[in-house]
Design a protein around this ligand. Structure first.
Ligand code: KG4
Ligand code: ZN
Length: 339
């Protein structure tokens, strides 16, 4: 079954053709990073406009690269939640129009479910159930993935997401957008113990995260240094900070593995590209005899290949959209579309 997939939840306009959830025939991403860089972050109104301008060409290219015409496509998958509402609406409306014009089924895909599905592409042997850490710009979850379409959130952030926390710190350090990725590069050779950070824990909820204290802490370090006229060694501050954030993620994930007994650990979302997170998890999982799955770097950020993969499993579970499908800005990964 070949699915034409569309993604427009944030600042990448993407389309792909994926077969049976696992075989990639094309993967097109049009990134808006350069434009948003000027403003230090994603400007929702600009994102929506660029999606509207680019989506036709991106979808056409995805078909062309896959050497497909619409007759070769069995269904259309689209990210409908969560994300920037104006951005999501462009993808959803375009996909609805295509489904209507071609008579193909339309499959609604949850963005975080698709991030997890990026791992089905990277490792074709991976199947649920497993334990997943999903870390993106807006979410930090530990999830019991019971099946391809059945998710239970067992740990979540009480305030900021890990990605947001890295982006805000990078901005305070004067590092250009996209902060998380740039900070990762800059901090590669920094000293991890140069600065001390707290290890926030959520009383009574050992799997939940709280990142806002870490963020405040790094901003205070920068402000204090500025007031005293002292220099900050960005490499060292970045390295210490990334290690503090990653330690929160890995500690809770390992505790979740202990509690649930899962031996298969999956990481997903934009922050899964982080070099420290990847290395530390690799070491920890090897030590604890856990099998670790991480998306290849090119599939960590937003793309439509992962949407095409998840769409296949949503279709098999019977989740087909009606003509009135709408975009949803905020929706839990454990919620299914109303049938
Ligand atoms: O999944 P994603 O591309 O978009 C959302 O769904 O939010 O995640 C974006 C997040 C941003 O916060 C970005 O800074 C972070 O992923 N990110 C990274 C790295 N690459 C992207 N964070 C740390 N290290 C990286 N190498
Ligand atoms: Zn994402």
């Amino acid at each position: 079954m070949k699915i034409l997939a569309i993604e427009s939840s944030c600042d990448e306009t993407a389309a792909a053709v994926v077969e049976d959830g696992r075989i990639v025939h094309s993967n097109v991403i049009s990134s808006q990073v350069e434009e948003h860089k000027i403003y230090g972050g994603v400007v929702p109104e600009i994102a929506s406009r660029r999606h509207a301008e680019n989506i036709s060409a991106v979808v056409e290219k995805a078909l062309k690269d896959a050497e497909c015409i619409y007759d070769d496509i069995d269904a259309i998958g689209v990210t409908y939640a969560p994300g920037l509402i104006g951005a999501l609406l462009v993808g959803v409306n375009f996909a609805k129009g295509l489904a209507f014009a071609t008579g193909k089924p339309l499959i609604p895909v949850h963005h975080l479910r698709s991030h997890i599905a990026a791992n089905y592409i990277t490792d074709s042997s991976l199947e649920p159930p497993f334990l997943a850490l999903v870390v993106s710009g807006g979410h930090s979850h530990i999830i019991n993935v019971r099946s391809y379409t059945d998710f239970e959130i067992i740990g979540r952030t009480r305030d900021d997401a890990a990605g947001e926390c890295l982006d805000k710190a990078a901005r305070a350090m004067g590092i250009p957008y996209p902060g998380g990725a740039n900070l990762d590069k800059i901090a590669k050779n920094g000293k991890v113990d140069a600065y001390k950070f707290p290890h926030p824990r959520v009383e009574g909820s050992p799997l939940d995260f709280s990142f806002s204290g870490l963020k405040t802490s790094v901003i205070n370090i920068i402000h204090n240094a500025q007031q005293k006229g002292e220099n900050i060694i960005v490499e060292d501050l970045g390295a210490s900070y990334i290690h503090a954030v990653v330690k929160c993620l890995t500690d809770n994930l390992m505790e979740a593995a202990r509690i649930t007994g899962y031996k298969k650990i999956v990481v997903a979302g934009g922050v899964s590209a982080n070099s420290v997170l990847r290395k530390n998890l690799n070491d920890l999982c090897t030590k604890k005899a856990l099998k670790l799955y991480m998306p290849e770097l090119s599939l960590c950020g937003d793309n439509a290949v992962m949407v095409g993969s998840q769409a296949y499993y949503e279709y098999k579970a019977g989740y087909i959209a009606k003509e009135n499908l709408n975009a949803v800005a905020s929706l839990g990964i454990d919620k299914n579309i109303e049938m």
